[in-house]
Design a binder for this molecule. Structure first.
Ligand code: CMX
Length: 439
């Protein structure tokens, strides 16, 4: 298939580049590590390698070097739609080149062929207690597919050079099944529906997802689904979900094991769970003031949140230092389609007021909105109002980026990840030594 051919063609040159770096330049210093970084979550230490995406602190995410507006403009679209085909975007992430419409459709067709979810996954999901969090169900469903891993089944018979081909098979099989799995979790958990879902090969990834979700405005929601999956796909390699996928994959655990682990990281409140908290915060404002409040009331509400010891969800970022372009793309999507919606007007007002409040407080390094500040609001507009489901949507998108990274990590022979740790005493000794006057 097309992705296989294209990667094969690119591989010799990539392998040469990595070999040269590893063999001829291994001692060149890239970065230095401070005590603050060791005790502070390894923040900003330059120690991961990926070509799939890069987060520029001053501009935001670049997918294969392309900013979001360019991605949305240049990638092929299904007739009558404004948001690109997810299949074409996957091609871009995997291959690093813009696909033609035929190439995008080839990936879409590949997904349709591989989309069927085996019976035991449905049975397992149905057997879980009603109160199980949808992210737990999602992660379990991915794990339940692990028995189908081509990578795991070929592991003992294939050479290292061929790992990536098995990984690509798993990447396509896994991403193909996620719309059904996510939509099934939604229909089962919130509507008690347990009928198996079917992927329609005549529809693309986004349209299939929209149809299976059963939202009223199927066409509008298909556009949102495409946008949402594209925007949430990748954010370089250091964020918790991408890093988890990379770390677990570095042990040669197959893509199912690795992605299930990544989802467990995504389920954390400081990562993917934040989107549900953001919408909750907006709705709290809306409820408290019986509608969109005045700027002054919102200003006070934001300060009350901070004074009560809470963060303002959806604002701030570990790397970005500007408004997140993923936030901007979603805001533009909403303003082009439903500018008068109360929650969108409120989200815009929050964008105006909260950065001022955070700047006055003087703690957050970036007082601007991140991707999560508005994503739930858009789902809410289309009638998907079960907050705890939102991270599942994030997970479907995130699979696109992390599986590309997994395939390339195997293709380029990335080794087992194993940083070194110190004890507190050792770190104190480092500090004591550094503070001694030079002899
Ligand atoms: N509201 C209140 N305080 C905030 C804040 C916010 N939105 N963002 C940062 N701060 C505070 C931090 O809590 C920290 O306080 P302490 O020094 O008391 O610990 C201080 O400002 C410095 O933090 P930072 O270096 O600017 O930010 P971090 O890299 O530590 O954290 C993030 C980044 C996203 C976790 C943080 O901004 C935050 O908690 N935001 C709200 C939750 C959120 O939106 N999460 C989604 C992130 C996107 C994603 O990964 O999905």
């Amino acid at each position: 298939m097309i992705l296989h051919e294209k990667i094969s063609a690119q591989l010799p040159a990539w392998r040469e580049r990595i070999k040269s770096l590893a063999k001829e330049h291994a001692d060149v210093v890239v970065d230095h590590v401070t005590v603050g970084q060791v005790v502070g979550g390894m923040r900003d230490i330059k120690s991961l390698l990926t070509d799939v995406s890069y987060v520029d602190p001053a501009h935001g995410i670049l997918f294969r070097g392309m900013p979001i507006p360019e991605v949305l403009k240049k990638l092929p679209k299904a007739r009558g739609n404004k948001i690109p085909l997810v299949g074409g975007f996957y091609y871009l992430l995997m291959i690093g080149e813009l696909p033609t419409k035929e190439q995008a459709e080839e990936v879409e067709a590949e997904w349709a062929k591989r989309s069927e979810v085996p019976d035991h996954v449905y049975k397992m999901l149905k057997a879980m207690p009603k109160e199980t969090h949808p992210m737990t169900l999602f992660s379990q469903a991915v794990l339940a597919l692990q028995g189908r891993s081509v990578f795991a089944s070929r592991y003992h018979s294939m050479k290292k050079d061929a790992y990536w081909e098995a990984a690509l098979e798993d990447a396509l099989d896994l991403t193909a099944k996620l719309p059904i799995i996510a939509a099934y979790i939604y229909r089962m958990k919130y509507f008690g529906e347990t009928k198996k879902l079917k992927y329609n090969p005549k529809l693309d990834y986004g349209a299939n997802f929209s149809k299976m979700m059963g939202v009223a405005d199927r066409k509008g929601y298909a556009e949102l689904a495409r946008l949402y999956f594209i925007l949430h796909s990748d954010h370089e390699s250091g964020n918790v979900s991408a890093h988890t996928m990379h770390l677990v994959g570095s042990a040669l655990s197959d893509p199912y094991l690795s992605f299930s682990a990544a989802l467990n990281g995504l389920a954390g409140p400081l990562h993917g769970l934040a989107n549900q908290e953001c919408l909750g915060w907006l709705l709290d404002v809306y409820k408290q003031f019986g509608g969109v409040p005045s700027r002054d009331d919102l200003y006070k509400f934001a300060w009350d949140t901070l004074n009560s010891g809470h963060v303002i969800p959806g604002y701030g970022h570990a790397v970005l230092r500007v408004p997140d372009p993923r936030y901007m793309a979603q805001l533009e999507f909403a303003k082009a389609r439903f500018p008068q919606d109360d929650l969108i007007r409120l989200a815009e007002m929050v964008f105006d007021v909260v950065p001022t409040v955070l700047k006055e407080q003087g703690k957050a390094k970036n007082p601007a909105p991140n991707v999560d500040a508005i994503s739930g609001t858009l789902q809410y507009y289309y009638g998907v109002r079960d907050f705890d489901f939102y991270t599942v949507l994030f997970g479907v998108g995130r699979a696109l980026g992390v599986t590309c990274n997994y395939v390339w990590a195997r293709a380029l022979g990335q080794p087992l990840e194993r940083p070194k740790s110190l004890t507190t005493k050792m770190l104190e000794d480092v500090v004591a030594k550094a503070s001694q006057p030079a002899q």
